[in-house]
Write a protein that binds this ligand. Structure first.
Ligand SMILES: O=P(O)(O)OC[C@@]1(O)O[C@H](CO)[C@@H](O)[C@@H]1O
Length: 322
């Protein structure tokens, strides 16, 4: 069982344009799709479609389109009533696949709501759900207004104090990511992209990291030395690097036609988790992460691929010396 927390879920509305986005103009879309979104939600959707048991913890009303959307596809969830609609995030896709994303701030959290959310996550992580122990808790996405940057770092500590001994992954950015990496209780895994790795390590040139798997591995090595077991660094079209105490590897998929990169990073993490649940080695889990990310990028909107629709045989992997 893998539990995901999406503290700031979203209804993802994707609009496809027949001509490049023109600032200040009225443009007619050639297509529009809407999906339940937010990073943890996407990860749970990707796990579910590949038959890996998952529970998505989400603040929001049961009648909200995000939750009805999850019910329609059969993803199990535990929601915390907030009295507010879940935010809508807009993605505009140009004909060449370039995406422009507009993310709303999300529901304001009171201290009472925060406490209730903590309790829900900790209770579900420590309980046996549907006869299954929780192997991973994934804390994912931005934090809504009212939850401060140390929220995930503190929640990792609360899970450990409550006796949760499984793995914890954190997939976030900016101040919450920095606070998590510096926190007293380290997560098992973090999944930064190049920009986030640069934020974490104080590097001012994330493009250099994206272009160099070796530099990425050397940079992320410090995080592993500080107690994070796995750093899964995604590099866009350049694949991903996994850095762990056992070694570092770079994996890259053959080029694909990109429809939408939104959620591709979430699917990479889902691919890693699926492979890990199936007992794969870290290196093979990296290959599946890259296969999942590429498959997601070739789908429209925030659509997620099933394991059987991914092509790990088109991924090349090599060990990196760090
Ligand atoms: O505003 P956040 O929480 O950083 O990101 C939210 C979001 O952009 O992330 C997902 C893709 O990773 C989308 O489903 C969603 O709209």
């Amino acid at each position: 069982m893998i539990i995901t927390l999406t503290a700031n879920p979203s209804l993802d509305r994707t609009i496809e344009l027949g001509a490049p986005l023109a600032h200040g103009a009225v443009q007619r879309a050639t297509g529009a799709v809407q999906d339940p979104g937010g990073k943890g939600v996407n990860i749970s959707r990707a796990l579910h479609i590949s038959h890996v048991p998952t529970l998505a913890v989400i603040p929001g009303e049961a009648t909200d389109p995000v939750l009805t959307g999850l019910r329609e596809v059969g993803v199990e969830y535990a929601n915390l009533s907030t009295g507010e609609p879940i935010r809508s995030n807009i993605t505009v896709v140009d004909p060449d696949g370039t995406t422009t994303k507009l993310n709303a701030p999300g529901t304001h959290f009171t201290p009472e709501l925060r406490q209730a959310l903590d309790q829900l996550v900790v209770e579900r992580a420590c309980a046996v759900n549907d006869g299954q122990q929780t192997h991973w808790v994934v804390l994912a996405g931005s934090l809504p207004p009212g939850l401060d940057a140390s929220y995930y770092a503190e929640l990792v500590g609360k899970l450990r104090s409550a006796g949760f001994t499984g793995n914890i992954a954190v997939d976030t950015s900016e101040a919450p990511l920095i606070a998590t990496a510096r926190g007293e209780h380290k997560p098992t895994l973090i999944k930064p992209n190049s920009e986030e790795l640069a934020q974490l390590t104080g590097s001012d040139n994330w493009r250099e990291l994206e272009a160099s798997p070796e530099l990425t591995a050397r940079t992320a090595r410090h995080l592993v030395d500080q107690g994070i077991r796995y750093v899964l660094a995604t590099l866009g079209g350049e694949g991903a690097v996994l850095i762990s105490a056992e070694g570092a590897w770079w994996a890259k998929h053959e080029p694909v036609t990109v429809r939408s990169t939104v959620g591709a990073g979430d699917c990479s993490l889902a691919g890693f988790l699926i492979a890990h649940e199936l007992g794969a080695s870290p290196q093979d889990a990296l290959v599946q992460a890259v296969a999942h990310g590429s498959a997601a990028a070739s789908l429209p909107g925030t659509r997620v691929p099933a394991l059987e629709a991914t092509t790990p045989q088109k991924v090349t992997v090599q060990a990196l010396a760090v």
